[in-house]
Design a protein around this ligand. Sequence first.
Ligand code: NAD
Ligand code: MG
Length: 388
Amino acid sequence: MTRTLSIFGATGSVGLSTLDLVRQHREQYRVVALTANGNAADLAKLAREFEPEMAVVADEAAYPALKEALTGTATKAAAGPAALIEAAQMGADWTMAAIVGCAGLPSTLAALEGGKTVALANKEALVSAGELMMAAVERSGATLLPVDSEHNAIFQCLAGGRIDQVRKITLTASGGPFRTFSLDQMRAVTPAQAVAHPNWDMGAKISVDSATMMNKGLELIEAHHLFPVGLDKLDIVVHPQSVIHSMVEYVDRSTLAQLGSPDMRIPIASALAWPERIETNSLPLDLAKIGRLDFEQPDLVRFPALRLARAAAEQGGATPAILNAANEVAVAAFLAGQVGFLDIARIVEQTLSGYVPNAPHSLDALFSIDAAARAYAETQMDILPDAA
Ligand code: NAD
Ligand code: MG
């Protein structure tokens, strides 16, 4: 039986890896919707190959180009936020949520409300609206499968185990490209250096998050929602080789780990075929060639984002949404050359200490907090820490 798929963020790193797996298993899957932000040409090319019923660009300005490029195909072109929701409500058996940022939240939530299976890469949505998303899962009976390599590893290590018998969950972190840099060295790094991750090939935003280690902070909050063992049982260890993707320790001190080459097609394949397995073309794990696995404690002084994210998770309410919104603004400013690398965590910290909003009880409330935090973060670009 073929499974129907919708892929949100199809033109990105995770989206393309997902389609690469579909390409290898065409007989098992049928793509019904593909989406992108503004890249109509790439989206149309994918639509011509995978023949979905619908192709959506989030940016309405890209609609004429998409429509033109899809002339003569059976794929309907659409654009804008309402079309993204419409695509999420098509009832696909399996949806890949791989839009980057909180911009993915409405479609991810709409897909969850449909009660089918959602593979989640879009971590910012869960960080900002964890309670709303988990409530939607509860209500609709949707299956939420984590795609982030760490969370997919934990999910696999929990199969056959019981969450109330977990003593500790350890997220591994590569430490990013600046793992051994001093603060002075970090002050001078360029966007090009920050997006060049030593182990993983990813989109620009998550690559910068990996360099500041905010990515691991966001993943801590993500894990807190997906695996409710309590924050005190969630730990982080730096493991530069990115071979062990995370670990679960049970009460009897038995620790299970999931290992593999640092290739997102492996966790995506696990979510795509779940509860079955499918073959991938990914490289096998050659431990003798790797030779050694190293581990170290994360350094909260050089990587303050880790400290900020844990504090936001402890505070709960709207705080993780503010952390995420400020980080999205700061990372975009860094990539645009407007602020330095160390300014990213500074802008996030200043935004977090700027005001205390109420907890979001609805998607509208969440988005107004998100918008206010973004506006506040914009005002923090030029303010030095000691002047704030
Ligand atoms: P990417 O930048 O390569 O791709 C992002 C996709 O989202 C593109 O298709 C883009 O067109 C679309 N998009 C961007 N802004 C949008 C908007 N405002 N509205 C609608 N669509 C928009 O990003 P990526 O690296 O593939 O990451 C996607 C998500 O997966 C992120 O949340 C990231 O944290 C998570 N993730 C990625 C990896 C990885 O290896 N790349 C690993 C784990 C988790
Ligand atoms: Mg990850």
